[in-house]
Write a protein that binds this ligand. Structure first.
Ligand SMILES: C[S@@+](CC[C@H](N)C(=O)[O-])C[C@H]1O[C@@H](n2cnc3c(N)ncnc32)[C@H](O)[C@@H]1O
Length: 223
């Protein structure tokens, strides 16, 4: 999807208190330094406009959430929407008391930002498919990224991955076991799977593609 640049987005993101400007400075101390409390830490990598993680964070106040996004304009939209949601709920629009923060960065740097086993869960939703073989290492379920997740994720932590892209899903079903992960649960039609769909929160892409009739694939992987 082409995203039109928003004037001033760069400056707004660089000054917003919900955006962590120097993620490496909090390595090993996210809960204490950023959230001011001990709680499970969940990441969404490539959150887009954040529909999924914003809803999750509001539904589960006992969890600390971080939304990772490489594109500044997209992150700006996520942050603005979250701030409006807090205002609409009559909550103070400030990070204190909120369980969601944003990081504008490439997931390649995850191990610079998190200590071994610091993260409890990783969500990958509708990750860019990078269909050409020459770009396979850019896929967020390539062995390159799986190695990073293995480092930062707690030993009993999970990856939850959803997509409507069959090529990317089949690729991930191969790369995960080859990198030492077990596929614990899998469905090729999430919205018609009463067990896996229970409590499902749709992402922007999920709403868009399922409205077109595309089945949604989901897997949960652990080590
Ligand atoms: C297809 S969109 C999906 C957005 C959202 N997760 C959803 O399901 O609606 C993929 C998003 O991942 C972001 N992304 C891609 N590669 C990334 C990377 N290496 N690190 C961080 N974000 C990335 C893109 O900028 C884009 O916003």
């Amino acid at each position: 999807m082409r995203i039109r640049h928003i004037k001033g987005a760069e400056e707004a993101v660089a000054a917003d208190p919900f955006v962590i400007q120097e993620p490496a400075a909090h390595k090993g101390a996210w809960n204490e330094q950023v959230f001011g409390r001990k709680a499970p830490l969940y990441l969404e990598v490539g959150m887009g406009m954040g529909t999924f993680i914003r809803s999750h964070s509001l539904l589960h106040p006992g969890i600390n959430y971080l939304g990772f996004e490489i594109n500044t304009t997209v992150l700006y939209k996520a942050m603005k929407r979250y701030e409006s949601e807090l205002a609409d709920l009559g909550r103070e629009v400030k990070p204190e008391g909120s369980n969601l923060r944003f990081i504008r960065s490439d997931a390649r740097f995850l191990a610079d930002y998190f200590d071994a086993e610091e993260v409890d869960r990783i969500y990958l939703n509708f990750s860019d498919p990078w269909p050409k073989d020459k770009n396979a290492n850019k896929r967020l379920t390539s062995p390159v990224f799986l190695k990073l997740y293995d480092k930062i994720l707690r030993k009993d932590g999970m990856i939850e991955f959803k997509t409507d892209n069959r090529g990317l899903f089949d690729y991930s079903v191969e790369t995960l076991p080859a990198s030492g992960w077990k596929i614990q649960e899998i469905t090729y039609d999430l919205h018609n799977d009463p067990v896996m769909n229970e409590g499902n929160i749709m992402t922007e892409y999920e709403a868009k593609f399922s409205a077109k009739g595309n089945p949604i694939f989901k897997l949960i992987a652990c080590r």
